[in-house]
Design a protein around this ligand. Sequence first.
Ligand code: ADP
Ligand code: MG
Length: 889
Amino acid sequence: MADTNAECNIKVLCRFRPLNESEIVRGDKFIPIFQGEDTVIFGGKAYVFDQVFPTNTTQEQVYNTCAKQIVKDVLGGYNGTIFAYGQTSSGKTHTMEGNLHDPQAMGIMPRIAQDIFEHIFAMDENLEFHIKVSYFEIYMEKIRDLLDVTKNNLSVHEDKYRVPYVKGCSERFVTSPEEVMDVIDEGKANRHVAVTNMNEHSSRSHSIFLINIKQENVETEQKLSGKLYLVDLAGSEKVSKTGAEGAVLDEAKNINKSLSALGNVISALAEGTKSHVPYRDSKMTRILQDSLGGNCRTTMFICCSPSSYNDVETKSTLMFGQRAKTIRNTVTVNLELTAEQWKKKYEKEKEKNRSMKETIQRLEAELNCWRNGNAWLPHVECNYVLAGIPSTPCTPCSPCSIASSIVVHISHEERQKYEEEIRKLYKQMDDKDDEINHQSQMVEKLKEQMLDQEELLASSRGDSERVQSELCRLQTENESSKAEVKEVLQALEELAVNYDQKSLEVEEKSMQNKLLAEELAKKMVSQSFKKLVEVSGHQRKRIAEVLNGLTRDLREFSTIVGNREIKLITGAIEEEFTVARLYISKIKSEVKSMVKRCRYLENLQMDCQRKMEETSRELSSCQLVIAQHEAKIRSLTEYTQNVEMKKRQLEDGYDSLTEELAKLQAQGTAEETRSPTCISENKTALEEQMQSHREMHSKQLNHLRDEINEKQKIIDDLTDCNQKQRLELEQLHGDFERLRTQEHHKSRQLEELTTGGKLKSACMELNDTGGFLTQKQKISFLENNLEQLTKVHKQLVRDNADLRCELPKLEKRLRSTAERVKALEGALKEAKEGAMKDRQRYEQEVERIKDVMRTRNPFRRPHAAQIGNIIILARYGLGITSPVSFKVI
Ligand code: ADP
Ligand code: MG
C-alpha cells in the first residue's frame, strides 16, 4: 500500500426534487429556500452542505459537479463511494440510476460507466485495466446477489488488508460501457423477478453496485486498484408513516435497524470517538466500513422532498447529512509496490527500526536507573517512542511525569505476540462471522424447510383427510358390496339349485320339444310352418347357446360357491358379482319367460293337434255324410227314372186306348148303318165309357204330374244343396288334405278306422232309415258339421296367423335378449376394465402418497406403518381381502 495518506471529509450533497403531481393537486407548500450553492433554508433553519441542488438541476449538472471527480479518483487508485440517502420517493433512484437508457435523464451509474471508459481510453497506453462489476442488494439483513439469484444470503469477510468484502458475490468482467449497462439491466431484471411488489421492495432494500478497477503499468509493473460503491439506500422514513403492521412492520424495523446502524456509525464517526464504531451492527455498515471513516473518498447525496407534507422527514434527512458532513476519512492510494520499491521501503524501515531499537535500549537503561533509585542521567537524550506514535523530543521531567507518559513498554516479541493474538482474534471474529452467517443461513434453510414441511404437512393432512374420506367411502362401499356379495352368493346358491332343476326341466323340455319338433317337422308341409319351425329351431339353438353359456358361467359360479373358496381378488369382482347377479336374475326371468313361452307354444301345438284331430274326425264324418248324400242322390235319380218309365207306360196306355177308341169308332159307324138306334145307344155308352176313362186318365196324369213336380222340386233342392256341399266339401277337402298331410300315420289310421266304422254305421242308418226325413236330418247334420268345420278351420287359420304374428315377436324378443346378453357382456367387460383402472389408479394414488410420505419424512419410520395401514385400508376398500395382497404390503 502507498503511504501517501490524506484526510478528507465526506462530501455531502443535498438535492431537492420538484413537487410531484399529487403534492401539487393536494396543494402542498414548497418549503425550501435556496441560498447560494451550498445552503438551503428549510423550516427557518439553514443547512449548509458541500453543494445544494435545487429542483431544476439537471442530471448532467449533478454528475459533473460531484461524480465526475470520483471517477478520476477511482482511476487514480482511491476507493470511492456514492450514497443516496432520503425518504422514499425523494429521488434516490432518480439520482443514482435515473432513466438508464435516456442520455438526458440517465443518473450517476450509467454516466460513470461511460466516463470510466472514456478516461481509460484517454490514459497511458502502457496501462492495462481489469474492470469487474458486482451488483447485490441487502434486504432484511440478507445479501442477495442480483447477478445470480441462487445466492440469496451472502456473508461479509475481510481481506488481507482487513477491508470487508462480500464473499462469493458474482463478479463480471466488463470491457465497455454497454457491458456495464447490460449487467445493470440484468441485475434490475433479477430484482424484479424475485419480488411481487417492486415499489415496496425497492423502498425497503439497499442496492449496491460495485465497480472494481485494477490497473497495471506494463512497463513499471506498478499496480493500482480502486473500488467504487454506488449505493441506493432504502427509504429513511419512519415506520409509523408507512402505516406498516405485522410482518411488514418487522421488515421495516429491520430495514430501519440497518439504517439506524448507519446513523449510529455516522454519529460515532462525527463525534470523533473512533475507539468504537459499530460497523458490525449491520451488514450494510460492515460492507461500507471503508467508505465511512476509512480509506475512501465518499460522496453522500441527501435527497429531499420540498413538500410541506414531508417536512419532518426532510428535516431529519438534512440533519443526517449535517452529521455525515463532519466525518473525516483518511484516504490512501491503493498502490501495490514493485520489488524495487519494496526493497527501498524495506531499507527505510530497517533504518527506522535500528534507531528505534537504540532509543529503546537507552530508555530501558534509564528505566533501570530509575528503578534502582539512581539519579537521572542528564546527558542521556531520550525519545519515548511507542509503536506507530511519532517520536517527540524528550524534555526533562519528573519521574512520575515520565512514568505517566510511558504507559507500557512492550518488547518486540510481546508486540508480535499481541499482534498475532489480535490477528487470531480477528480471525476468530471472521470465523464467528462465518459461523453466524452459516448458522443464519442454516436457520433460514431450516425455516424454509419448516415452511415446506408445514406446507407438506398441510397438504398431506389434506391428502390423508381425502384418503380417510375415500377410505370411509370405500369401507361403506365395501360393506354394501359385501352384503351384496352375500346376497349374490345366496342368490347364486339358489340359482345353482334352481338351475339344476331348470336345466333338467329344460333338458326334458328340449327333449319334448325335439320330439314335438320332429313331429311338427313331419306334420308341417306348409311353407309358413316350415319357416316357423326353422325360425323357432334357430331361436332354440340360440337359446340353447345362451343357456349353455349361462350354464358354463353358472357352473363356474357353482364350483366357486361349491368350493367355498371365494377369493375376492379385486374390488372389481364384487362389482362383477353384483352385475352378474343382475344378469343372472335377468337371465332367470328370461329363462322363465322362455319356459313359459315354450309351454305356451307346446300348449298351442297340442291345441293345434287336437283341433286337427277333431277337424279330421269331422271331415271323415262329413265325407260319410257326403257319401250318404251321393247314395241318396243316386236312389233319387233311380226313382225319377222309375217315374219316367211309369210316365212312358201311361203314355203308351193312352196311345193304345186312343187306338182302341179309333177302332171302336170305326165299328160304330159300320153298325150305325145297320141299326141306327142300337148304334146310337152303343155310341153313347161308349162315349160315357170313354169319358170316364178320360177323366180317370187325366186324374191319374194330373196326380202323376203333381208328383213329378214335387219330386223335381226336391231334386232341384237336393242338387242345389249337393252342389253347395260339393263346393264346401271341395274346400274342406282341400283344407282337410292340407291338414291330413300334417297328420301323422297314426291319425290317418285312426281316421280310416273311425271313417270305416262310421261309414258302416252311416250305411246301416241309410239302409235302415232311408226316406226323406232321414235325408233331411242328415242334411241338417251335415250343415251343422260343415258349420263347425268352417269354424274350426277359421280358428285354425287364426291360430296360424297368431302364431305367425307371435313368431316375429318371439324372434325380436330373442334378438333383444341376445343383444341384452351382448350388452351385458360388454358392460361386464367395461366394468371389469373400469375396476382394473380404478384399482390401478388407487394403487398409483397409494404409491404417490407413500412416496410423498417417504420424501417428507425420510427419517420418521412410524409413518411407514401409517402408509402401510393406508395402503392396506385402501386395498381393503377396493375389496382385496386376499392374504397374498397383505403380504405384498
Ligand atoms: P426514491 O428512489 O427515493 O424512492 P425516486 O427516485 O423513485 O425516489 O423518485 C420518485 C419520483 O420522483 C420518480 O418518478 C422520479 O422521476 C421523480 N423525481 C425524483 N427526483 C426528481 C428530480 N430531481 N427531478 C424530477 N423528478 C424527480
Ligand atoms: Mg428508489
